[in-house]
Design a protein around this ligand. Structure first.
Ligand SMILES: Cc1cc2nc3c(=O)[nH]c(=O)nc-3n(C[C@H](O)[C@H](O)[C@H](O)COP(=O)(O)OP(=O)(O)OC[C@H]3O[C@@H](n4cnc5c(N)ncnc54)[C@H](O)[C@@H]3O)c2cc1C
Ligand SMILES: NC(=O)c1ccc[n+]([C@@H]2O[C@H](COP(=O)([O-])OP(=O)(O)OC[C@H]3O[C@@H](n4cnc5c(N)ncnc54)[C@H](O)[C@@H]3O)[C@@H](O)[C@H]2O)c1
Length: 458
């Protein structure tokens, strides 16, 4: 039987969530995956990268508290073995069992849109009476660099799945992948050089985030080269070498290209419906693809908020929209991914961590909000107890017209778990005057909220 109510193409975290939701609602749902069920996140992105970073953070945290016996360095073999376990040894049978238990029809192969509500999977044609949902994710973007084709470069896949610690590593790109992988491998013993074309890494975050993360990388022995572009790549005496715009060069045993990702819309048949391969599929807030009534998309493929948690949120909206046939639902209702616009949380899992939600000050100004920025150091009883020499900064961005929070950034060790409080305040449009009554427990790092509100003038 190849007739379904819903066909989801792409079995990453986003596709799995969309499919599980429509199946739970009683729709006969097929989930099509060309490689491994679980997607990039499970095997070559979120899970293995965080498993590589966590031991270094634990060691650094222990070192900051006198009296805790700690060793000199990480046990790289044990770290890599734990990483392998978090990547399920790159075996997707557990995910397949989950999908079957969720009531999904699991189909292996490459899905291609071949007509209205029709998907070809390696010669087998599936039909969907209700909807087709595209959740094909993204692929690494390769920079145009003379000579690069002759250099065996790593992408995030090799950087997260390497079986040995590279003796040295050049990382091109100072975005999230670049800084996380630079620190993970440096803390495992690699001599790492990070090349970022801007003044600092993490250009999409508040400036102090990139500055503090660059300091953290340097403290781990990473050579951070900022304000230089790569002008060419080559192999010199067996080493991957980048020529840089200031006339210098950097080289290492491996070169990691961490220069961003692009939506996986090639070889998918989107041209048939007026969309260009390699470009994001444009969707409305319910995930419906512009101009195609039965076609939905969610996750990295839409280019909206390329993060696992946000893609899964969009998938839940799509599932609900299909189940309820929502046409123009109100913002902030279940079939609508309203938060994508102004309340996206993200953690950069470096040491220090960067935890941010909503708009940066610059984004808020660009949107014409009446912006007030409040900055404080994270220097409260909770942070000094947490670690000797604790160093961190916090910023809140307030829209003065409504006296509500529109953005928050925390940078410092172990700030990730503070983020959800900020997300709730931004999504809930909590006013400054009401936030004053949300009293942080003493002595926790969250006491910084009180410092922020006092600095605001309350
Ligand atoms: C190194 C790295 C670390 C990251 N860390 C984090 C993190 O800590 N937190 C976070 O929130 N985000 C993180 N991200 C981003 C996160 O990985 C993505 O946002 C997330 O994987 C997107 O999920 P998705 O399901 O849209 O796409 P994917 O995970 O890419 O899954 C798409 C699936 O579709 C399949 N597919 C593609 N085309 C077809 C086709 N034609 N037919 C059938 N199947 C197809 C693919 O094989 C894949 O399995 C990280 C990314 C990278 C690169
Ligand atoms: N912790 C997390 O949430 C997490 C971790 C890793 C990745 N991700 C997500 O995965 C996606 C991909 O991450 P990414 O770091 O590859 O992309 P990115 O877009 O965040 O960063 C890429 C960086 O490379 C730079 N760049 C591009 N071309 C360049 C060139 N030729 N020379 C030098 N620099 C160049 C860009 O200016 C940018 O700063 C992002 O959406 C990111 O948010 C999230």
């Amino acid at each position: 039987m190849d007739d379904f109510d819903v066909i989801v193409i792409g079995g990453g975290p986003v596709g799995e969530n969309a499919a599980a939701r429509t199946a739970a609602g009683g729709l006969r749902t097929a989930l099509v995956e060309v490689e491994r069920f679980g997607g990039e996140c499970s095997y070559w992105a979120c899970m293995p990268s965080k498993a590589l970073l966590r031991p270094g953070h634990a060691l650094a945290a222990a070192r900051r508290v006198p009296g805790v016996p700690v060793g000199e360095r990480l046990d790289a073999a044990a770290v890599l073995a734990r990483r392998d376990a978090f990547a399920s040894d790159w075996d997707d049978s557990g995910q397949v069992r989950w999908a079957v238990d969720a009531g999904l029809e699991v189909v292996r192969g490459r899905g291609r849109l071949v007509g209205e509500r029709r998907v070809d999977v390696d010669g087998r044609v599936l039909t969907a009476s209700r909807a087709v949902v595209v959740c094909t994710g993204s692929v690494p973007r390769t920079p145009r660099l003379p000579g690069l084709a002759d250099v065996p470069a790593w992408t995030s896949r090799e950087a997260t799945s390497a079986r040995e610690v590279p003796s040295s590593l050049v990382v091109l790109g100072g975005g999230v992948v670049g800084v996380e992988m630079a620190q993970a491998w440096a803390r495992l013993g690699s001599a790492v050089t990070l090349v970022a074309s801007g003044e600092r890494p993490l250009p999409r975050f508040e400036e102090f985030a990139g500055e503090l993360v660059a300091d953290g990388l340097r403290a781990d022995g990473v050579t951070v080269r900022t304000g230089v572009r790569a002008t060419g790549a080559s192999v010199v005496a067996g080493a991957a070498t980048l020529a840089l715009s200031d006339g210098s060069s950097v080289s290492g045993a491996h070169l990691l290209l961490a220069t961003g990702r692009q939506p996986a819309t090639s070889d998918l048949g989107v041209e048939r419906f007026g969309f260009a391969a390699g470009e994001p599929l444009p969707v409305d807030d319910t995930g419906r693809v512009t101009g195609v009534d039965w076609l939905y998309a969610a996750g990295d493929v839409t280019g909206r908020a390329p993060l696992t948690h946000q893609g899964k949120y969009a998938a839940r909206a799509v599932g609900t929209a299909i189940l309820t046939d929502a046409r123009s639902p109100q913002p902030w209702t279940a079939p609508v991914a309203t938060a994508d616009h102004a309340a996206v949380p993200q953690v950069v899992f470096t040491d220090p961590e960067v935890a941010s939600v909503g708009r940066t000050a610059a984004q808020a100004r660009e949107e014409g909000l009446d912006v007030r920025v409040v900055d404080v150091d994270i220097a409260v009883a909770g942070s000094s107890l947490h670690a000797d020499g604790y160093r961190g900064k916090a910023r809140m961005v307030v829209d003065e017209r409504t006296r509500t929070l529109v953005g928050v950034t925390f940078v410092g060790p172990d700030t990730a778990e503070m983020l959800h409080a900020a997300t709730i305040a931004v999504v809930g449009e909590v006013t400054m005057d009401r936030l004053w009554h949300a009293v942080p427990a003493y002595p926790t790092i969250s006491e910084v909220w009180l410092r922020l509100l006092e600095a605001y003038g309350l």
